[in-house]
Design a protein around this ligand. Sequence first.
Ligand code: IPM
Ligand code: MG
Length: 356
Amino acid sequence: MNYRIAVIPGDGIGPEVVEQTLRVLDAVGGKYGHSFEYVKALAGGCAIDEKGECLPQETIDICKGSDAVLLGAVGGWKWDTLPGDQRPERALLGLRKELGLFANLRPALLFDELADACPLKPEIVEGGLDIVVVRELTGGIYFGEKGTTDTDLGPAAYDVEQYAEGEVRRIAKVAFDMAMKRGKKLTSVDKANVLESSRLWRRVVAEVAEDYPEVEVNNFYIDNAAMQLVRNPKQFDVIVTSNIFGDILSDEASMITGSIGMLPSASLAEGNFGMYEPVHGSAPDIAGQNIANPMATILSAAMMLRYTFGLGEEADCIENAVRKVLADGCRTADIAREGEKVSGTRETGDLIVQAI
Ligand code: IPM
Ligand code: MG
């Protein structure tokens, strides 16, 4: 089969981790007889520099004309002083909205080989950790009405958290379907003791639950969930939550797996279309030095094969290759212990390609 992939390297370490990922995709394609066509597109700070805007229409068109999107990272110090609506991060939000990517899957898996990169006590994570955060991605406070107003205490600014039943229902279904394929345990996270939007969220999740009698459902408040995640992370299987709570919890979940440099993500639309990117950012402090960990992006490509192209065996092949190089001792700087040999970005790519 032929697949057309829109590739957005972006800023900072984005281009280098994407470069290694394309080599890995080519290796898998060669092995299984698929060809991947890459169409490069600009978004983020580099698009601001070259085109004067962070998300040019051309980029949106290229994405819409492709089977899937692979993205490195956007943002950097250079653009940090721009007004909020012109920052590179707007490109991400624009892509999510324009492409209808409402479901963000962020698996947090602690590889056995990296157990001691986890900052929690060994007994807390013994036996491994395997959690998926299902984050609503095109609604809530990120996209609600925002503005400024005058108050007695001076000028004020606001962002509205709003959820429609249909938005909650569709993300809940994605999460329940995911739970059915895994441990049949779903935790819905909200702040229903305070927020009206959370009470609606909780009610709709309960309605959807009726169609999934086999799934055990828990409702946690966000503050408790954040605490439980470090106290006893093994109690979680699938977590479903709103855009902003998911943003926070997925970073927390990533850290307990050792390094944010290991975590992939998939952002899915209705149907099979998706955008795939590492959970980490553009890390401008280490950009261009061949020290970034490309594994999160490479694992994101595996998710692309699995979720958008339906190529489960090929996805397994990439994940097994990553596991193998870890078992063989390949460590980028973020996951190396003191005294361990450190592999560069390219070398890590080489090893994974060889393992495939
Ligand atoms: C993420 C990031 C983004 C978000 C930023 C860069 C806009 O933190 O993907 O988690 O908040 O969604
Ligand atoms: Mg985030």
